[in-house]
Design a protein around this ligand. Structure first.
Ligand SMILES: Nc1ncnc2c1ncn2[C@@H]1O[C@H](COP(=O)(O)OP(=O)(O)OP(=O)(O)O)[C@@H](O)[C@H]1O
Length: 232
């Protein structure tokens, strides 16, 4: 299996008046086509770990490699470019831009990468939204959509540049059980049908049990790993 992300003793300490350890000595390796749950009690560092894996935050110690490249020496610009091409984010709250339509929200990350023409961007955004069951909602703004629909737009936006890795922070956390199941099924299909890797923070242990593997954090450390890749 090809490794996408590899960390060694990843640690993040906030240097406040009293130092706060968010993530401590996390060593892990995540490969292509994996569906990984990050679980743990509230405040155990799940979001902090996800931010580090997504190059949204820098570690205080330890190393992180993304597709074999050490992130440490990267400039902010290189980190942003690496994120844009390799990682899609889905958060608990959709963070769609309220003044833009669903389709425009999906096109925005494509514009930043500037690989496609305007027509191609429009076509791709339409295809992505259609594949997520939103064909009737392309020109609606977020406030005209239900919570589940908004989260599906957020997933389409995460897929805009066809990244190999999707990082999701409680992607179903604000949804009712039906929408939550729908979004889960979409994430599962991203792995099984589109060959993506999905790493999702979740409080829902039933959901975590349906994923390939679980990384359980306590006080910022990995306390338990189930279904871990052979050889780790
Ligand atoms: N900017 C900050 N300043 C001080 N403490 C912080 C900061 N950010 C996070 N923390 C603390 O660090 C710890 C880890 O936070 P984190 O959000 O990563 O945990 P989590 O497992 O995702 O929690 P939850 O399940 O509640 O979202 C928590 O105790 C949190 O209060």
């Amino acid at each position: 299996m090809t490794t996408l992300i590899e960390t060694t003793d990843l640690t993040r300490i906030l240097h406040e008046t009293v130092p706060v350890t968010l993530v401590r000595d996390v060593t892990l390796s995540i490969g292509e086509r994996e569906f990984v749950a990050v679980t743990g009690p509230s405040g155990s560092g799940k979001s902090s770990l996800l931010y580090l894996l997504g190059l949204l935050d820098r570690p205080s110690a330890g190393t992180l490699k993304i597709r074999g490249r050490d992130a440490e020496p990267m400039s902010e610009k290189e980190r942003a470019a690496t994120r844009l091409a390799n990682i899609g984010f889905v958060f608990q709250f959709h963070f769609l831009l309220p003044e833009f339509t669903a389709r425009q929200n999906v096109e925005i990350p494509m514009r930043k990468l500037a690989r496609l023409t305007r027509g191609e961007m429009r076509e791709r955004a339409t295809a992505l939204l259609t594949s997520l069951g939103l064909e009737g909602h392309l020109d609606k703004r977020p406030d005209q959509l239900s919570g589940g629909q908004r989260q599906r737009v957020a997933v389409a936006r995460a897929l805009a540049n066809d990244p190999p890795l999707i990082l999701a922070d409680e992607p179903t956390g604000s949804l009712d059980s039906k929408s939550s199941e729908q979004v889960f099924a979409i994430l599962e299909a991203l792995v099984n049908e589109r060959g993506k890797t999905v790493v999702a923070v979740t409080h829902d242990l039933d959901m975590a049990a349906r994923m390939h593997r679980r990384i359980h954090l306590v006080d910022g450390r990995i306390s338990q790993e189930e279904g871990a890749r052979a050889g780790l």
